[in-house]
Design a protein around this ligand. Structure first.
Ligand code: DAK
Length: 262
C-alpha cells in the first residue's frame, strides 16, 4: 500500500512504526485525502502485532501539521464539511485507540488540527522551533477535532480556555512549562530522541506496556476507586502472562529478560 501524502516506515527490526505526514508545500495541512490515508495507515499499524511503538511526525523542516487544509475547506458545502469533520474525528480516535504508545515528534508548526493530532498522541516531544496553537477563532470556527477537550484535560481549564479563545500561538519553551509537551530537543536530535524512547519501550514486556497504557488512558475517564478496580483487573491479566514469569525469573537470576509477548 503506497500513500500520496504519508510515509509509513518501520525501524528497529519492525518494532517501531514511523508515520510522516508529508505535504511540506502546504505545511502538511490535513485535507480529506490525507485524513483517509491516515486512517488506512493507522489501521495497518493496528494490524501489525510486531509494532510496539508508533512515532508520528511531519515532513520537511518547517511544520508538524499547520492544521486542517484551509484551501480545501474554503468551498465545502455543509454536507462536505460534516464528512470532513467525521473523518478528522475518526483519525484522532484511531490514534487514541491504538493499544501501543504513540509519540508525536513535533518539528515545527502544530496548529489547529495539527495541534489536535499531536494532542491525540500519548505524549509529545518537540523541537525548540515548534509552535503550538488553536488559531481556529481567526477563521470563524472553534477547534473541531477534539482540541477543546484534549487540551483542557492536558493543560487545565484556564490555560486551554485562554488558548482556544485568543488563538495565541506558543513556542516550545512555554509548551513545556504548561505541560503540553514532555521534552524539548534540538531539531537535529528529534528523530534520535524519538527512536531512543521507542527502543526503550520496545525492549519491555509488550503486554505489560499495552496494559499500562490502557490503565492510564481508561482510568482517566473514571473516578479513582473505579480506576483502581480497572488497574487490579489489568494487573491480574498481565500477571498470567509468560512475560511476567520471564521478567521475575530473569530478575532473580540476575540476567536480562527475554520477552516473547505472550
Ligand atoms: N491549510 C492550507 N494551506 C496552508 C495551511 C493550512 N492550514 N497552512 C499553511 N498553508 C500553506 C500556505 O497557504 C502556503 O501555501 P502557498 O502560498 O505557498 O501555496 C504554504 O503553506 C506556506 O505557508 P506560509 O507561506 O503561510 O508560511 P509562513 O511561514 O509565512 O507561515 C504559518 C506559516 C503556519 C504561520 C501560516 O502558514 C499559517 O498561519 N497557517 C495557517 C494556520 C492555521 O490557521 N491553522 C488552523 C487551520 S484550521 C472541523 C474540524 C476541525 C477543523 C476544521 C473543521 N469540522 C468539525 C468541520 C480544523 C481546523 C483547522 O485546523
Amino acid at each position: 500500500m503506497t500513500f500520496q501524502n504519508l510515509i509509513l516506515e518501520h525501524a528497529e527490526n519492525g518494532k517501531v512504526g514511523v508515520l510522516t505526514v508529508n505535504r511540506p508545500k502546504s505545511l502538511n495541512a490535513l485535507n480529506a485525502e490525507t485524513l483517509d490515508e491516515l486512517l488506512q495507515a493507522l489501521t495497518r499499524v493496528a494490524e501489525q502485532p510486531e509494532v510496539r511503538v508508533l512515532l508520528i511526525t511531519g515532513g520537511g523542516d518547517k511544520a508538524f501539521i499547520a492544521g486542517a487544509d484551509i484551501a480545501a475547506m474554503q468551498n465545502m458545502s455543509a454536507l462536505e464539511a460534516r464528512a470532513f469533520s467525521e473523518k478528522g474525528q475518526r483519525v484522532m480516535q484511531a490514534i487514541g485507540a491504538l493499544a501501543i504508545p504513540v509519540i508525536a515528534l513535533v518539528n515545527g508548526y502544530a496548529l489547529g488540527g495539527g495541534c489536535e493530532l499531536a494532542l491525540s498522541c500519548d505524549w509529545i516531544v518537540a523541537t525548540d522551533r515548534a509552535v503550538f496553537g488553536q488559531p481556529e477563532v481567526n477563521l470563524g470556527i472553534p477547534p473541531g477535532f477534539g482540541g477543546t477537550q484534549r487540551l483542557a484535560r492536558l493543560v487545565g481549564r484556564a490555560r486551554a480556555l485562554e488558548l482556544v479563545t485568543t488563538g495565541r500561538q506558543i513556542k516550545a519553551d512555554e509548551a513545556l512549562r504548561i505541560g503540553l509537551v514532555n521534552e524539548v530537543v534540538a531539531a537535529a536530535e528529534l528523530m534520535d530522541v524519538g527512536l531512543t524512547m521507542a527502543r526503550t519501550i520496545a525492549a519491555k514486556a509488550p503486554i505489560a506496556v499495552r496494559v499500562a497504557k490502557q490503565a492510564v488512558q481508561r482510568g482517566l475517564d473514571l473516578d479513582l476507586a473505579n480506576g483502581c478496580v480497572l488497574e487490579t483487573s489489568l494487573f491480574a491479566f498481565a500477571f498470567g502472562t509468560d512475560d511476567r514469569k520471564e521478567g521475575m525469573t530473569a530478575f532473580l537470576a540476575k540476567r536480562p529478560p527475554e520477552f516473547n509477548g505472550r
